[in-house]
Design a protein around this ligand. Structure first.
Ligand code: SF4
Ligand code: SF4
Length: 473
């Protein structure tokens, strides 16, 4: 049964300024926390490191909002392809459903950036102010020199960590080289500074103060998990059969007594402020701190560890856990389908795309030599990271000719080129009115067709004899 947690928070001023009257979490260190710390370290390494990687002359991973282009190493997603990002987000959500059905809230425990940041800020607080008892004592003590120094230092380190995390986050969108050179020369765009300040304030507030409130109030995933988890999903749970009825430990007590000695350590280490012994609760982020803490207690009183452990509701009830089940198969199939769709689109997408826009000022122009000319603007995107030289050709009417200042045309890597060109056709080769033609871009070196675009070629409604006048729409 899912039940609500109670916070120890009372006075918001004390809570904000001392950072210690929210849920005052006791430190614990065991195999699950060592594993989580390793995963968090890896996450921070990737988060801080990736913006410093270069790909050619640009940042390897850059969500360039100003130019509406997303760069992921050699891949550039153009505005026309933003459906790929939507597909990616949907795939991520489906993967989360699948993961939740199998491993419960493992994402909350080790994958969520908020959990990683909160763990970092909790560690900062512990290093400066001490463990739970010391922080409780400090929070209740008068504002003497020691308290002011410790609290000021905590907030100073929080601010520094928030600024660094926010700088890195913003650099994914602006480019860290641009931010640093903008700062050095005083030319940093005010919008970047404002974005940086807002993200830093959010990190400071979320990880430094709101912590579990974000999981319980703001994050929709915690609310959904009760419908995504079933009796076969992996959860952190207390073994009621082994632990109840609980009772205080007395040295030399009957070896048949139940294992929970009601020490409340599992409650003191819980960052969500809940008692795992009350059953599966919405607030539990499966951080497994209570597992390590209780294992310590069990080791000290010479009882088997695992009174609180990972398992499924079925396994705790003595039944078999089924990993392969209909919802897992359905989620897996949909995720594979979505991933296949993304991969297929990326592999088959053309590296050069072209669009052609007709000149709207004149449908056609009759040339002095009796031929007919139509004027177009060619807009070409080279999505590859190498320059391309292409020959422009036209087909669809006999003896078509392209007149432009630059043929062959050079397409710079990862950029858009616009070119005005005239397509000229002998009048007698044209159908009266609308003709269908195709403009082709061929690799100047290999002759390979890089892009082709269909358009219309306008001729007079009746084939003229001597007429030389210009028609306008
Ligand atoms: S830490 Fe273990 S023994 Fe202590 S109260 Fe929690 S479940 Fe019981
Ligand atoms: S109950 Fe245990 S696993 Fe759940 S949030 Fe608290 S400490 Fe973490």
């Amino acid at each position: 049964m899912i039940t609500e947690a109670k916070s120890e928070s009372s006075d918001w001023r004390s809570w904000f300024f001392s950072t210690s009257l929210g849920i005052v979490v006791k430190h614990t260190w065991g195999k699950t926390q060592k594993f989580r710390t390793l995963v968090f370290a890896l996450q921070f390494l990737l988060f801080f490191g990736i913006p410093w990687l270069r790909w050619g002359d640009r940042q390897a991973v850059l969500f360039d909002i100003a130019n509406r282009k997303f760069h992921l190493w050699g891949l550039t997603v153009w505005p026309q392809e933003f459906y790929l990002l939507t597909l990616l987000l949907i795939t991520f959500a489906l993967t989360l459903f699948l993961a939740t059905a199998v491993v419960g809230r493992l994402f909350c425990s080790v994958g969520c950036p908020h959990t990683a940041m909160t763990s970092l800020f909790m560690e900062i607080e512990r290093r400066i102010q001490g463990d739970r008892m010391a922080r409780l004592k400090l929070a209740k003590s008068p504002w003497n020199a020691e308290k002011i120094t410790k609290v000021a230092l905590t907030h100073a380190v929080y601010s520094l960590a928030s600024a660094l995390l926010a700088f890195t986050f913003v650099s994914y969108f602006t480019g860290n080289h641009q931010i640093l050179s903008g700062l050095a020369t005083g030319t940093l765009h005010p919008a970047v500074l404002v974005g940086w300040a807002i993200v830093a304030a959010l990190v400071y507030g979320f990880a430094g103060h709101f912590r579990e409130k974000i999981c319980q109030v703001a994050c929709p995933y915690g609310r959904f998990q009760s419908v995504m988890i079933d009796p076969n999903s992996l959860i952190v749970a207390y073994d009621v059969q082994r632990g109840e009825p609980r009772g205080k430990y007395r040295a030399g007590q009957d070896s048949m007594a139940k294992d929970c000695v009601d020490c409340s350590i599992c409650v003191q280490v819980c960052p969500a402020g809940i008692d795992i012994r009350n059953g599966l609760q919405m607030e539990c982020i499966a951080c497994a701190r209570c597992i390590d803490a209780c294992d310590d207690v069990m080791t000290k009183i010479k009882r088997p560890t695992g009174l609180i452990r990972y398992g499924s509701l079925n396994s705790f009830g003595g039944k078999e856990t089924r990993i392969i089940r209909p919802r897992v198969l359905i989620y897996s199939a949909v995720v594979m389908l979505a991933l296949g769709g993304i991969a297929g689109t990326l592999v088959t997408r053309p590296t050069v795309t072209t669009e052609v826009i007709r000149n709207r000022s004149a449908l056609y122009r009759e040339m002095p030599d009796g031929r007919i000319a139509n004027v177009y603007t060619l807009r070409t995107i080279n999505k590859s990271i190498s320059p391309l030289v292409v020959n422009l050709e036209a087909s669809g009417i006999e003896h078509l000719e392209i007149l432009t200042g630059t043929n062959p045309m050079t397409l710079k890597p990862d950029s858009v080129e616009s070119l005005t060109l005239s397509v000229i056709a002998p009048t007698k080769a044209c159908e009266p009115g609308v003709n269908r033609i195709r403009i082709l871009l061929r690799d100047a070196n290999s002759g390979q067709l890089r892009s082709a675009v269909d358009t219309t070629f306008m001729a007079p409604a009746t084939v003229p004899d001597e007429s030389k006048e210009t028609k306008t729409p």
